[in-house]
Design a protein around this ligand. Structure first.
Ligand code: NAP
Length: 293
């Protein structure tokens, strides 16, 4: 069994990006710039944003964090987005989700200029992804493709089963694995909470991508020998074995399945770090204006 080491791979990618940033800065004097909007002070969102800002510093990007109060109106937030859309110094914009209930997330996502949509959530980028033309790919699925490619996991002709159909992971993942690309060219089955006989389906997977948000849901009796497992889930549970008093669990029971797999991503240290690396990659692409969405 081979561990798909997202921590190491993401560090490799960050080093590669840092080299490119140095060359952009020395040739044009311009520094790639990512702007993030954080509404309210949800603990998990604070952690994710802090990690993104730190990653920007590591590769030499400029970053701007705009904090808005929990009570900000939808209109005020949309105005802020528009200001960044018009600011030619800024290459990428992310609005940290989730947003407070009184704000329509889709409206905000659609307000972001697709050319600065480095999260890859804008309908224009999702459409371009589906058409297999250059687009900002959503960071988590794109990070998974990168891991599969860098570890030379064969995907062509394989049966890929995706669990979960969220807009940010499961749905785009199913599209990407079916595209006529490498990685890709899979026969894909997308499953969700209404899927009957899930176990019968997962047992036929050559590649199993699990993104449902239920700790240790996948066990050894649900998989076949030699499967490649990508565990996207992150659930925080209490633990008396860690200093912090909690630990992170994936959607896969790692200890139970590991001897049956060909490849597997650990949690933590698998998909999570890749997500941030791909956000940086998208921002670099945007700064180079390599394609227009
Ligand atoms: P989500 O929006 O929470 O949706 C969960 C999906 O799982 C839904 O499509 C749901 O089906 C499906 N589902 C729920 N129970 C199921 C069951 N028993 N059998 C089959 N399908 C079931 O998903 P998400 O935002 O993609 O998040 C999933 C997990 O990934 C979470 O733990 C999240 O924290 C983690 N995550 C990690 C990263 C990372 O960077 N590592 C990034 C994003 C998310 P329905 O559509 O029918 O409700």
């Amino acid at each position: 069994m081979i561990i798909l080491d997202g921590k190491k791979t993401s560090n490799d990618i960050k080093e590669e990006i840092a080299v490119q940033v140095q060359s952009i800065v020395s040739s044009s004097g311009r520094v790639p710039h990512l702007s993030a909007i954080l509404v309210g002070n949800d603990g998990a969102s604070e952690t994710y944003i802090a990690a993104k800002v730190k990653a920007c510093q590591k590769v030499g990007f400029k970053s701007t964090l705009i904090r808005l109060d929990e009570s900000v109106s939808e209109e005020e937030l949309l105005n802020e987005v528009e200001k960044i859309n018009k600011n030619s110094d800024i290459d990428g914009l992310i609005v940290q989700l989730p947003l407070p209930k009184h704000i329509d997330e889709m409206k905000v996502t659609e307000a972001i200029d697709p050319k600065k949509d480095v999260d890859g959530f804008h309908p224009s980028n999702i459409g371009r992804m589906a058409l297999n033309i250059p687009a900002f790919l959503p960071a988590t699925p794109s990070g998974i493709l990168e891991l599969l490619e860098r570890y030379s996991v064969e995907t062509s002709g394989k049966h890929c089963v995706v669990i979960g159909r969220s807009h940010i992971v499961g749905s785009p993942m199913s599209i990407l694995m079916a595209r006529n690309n490498n990685p890709g060219n899979c026969t894909v089955t997308l499953t969700h909470s209404r899927t009957s006989n899930l176990k019968e389906i997962t047992k036929t997977a050559d590649i199993l991508i699990v993104a449902l948000g239920k700790a240790e849901f996948i066990t050894s009796d649900m998989i076949k020998e030699g499967v490649c497992i990508i565990d996207v889930g992150i659930t925080r549970v209490k633990s008396n074995k860690t200093k912090s008093g909690w630990k992170l669990l994936g959607d896969v029971n790692f200890e139970d399945v590991k001897d049956k797999c060909s490849f597997i991503t650990p949690v933590p240290g698998g998909v999570g770090p890749m997500t941030i690396a791909m956000l940086l990659q998208n921002t670099l692409l945007s700064s180079k204006k390599e394609f227009s969405s």
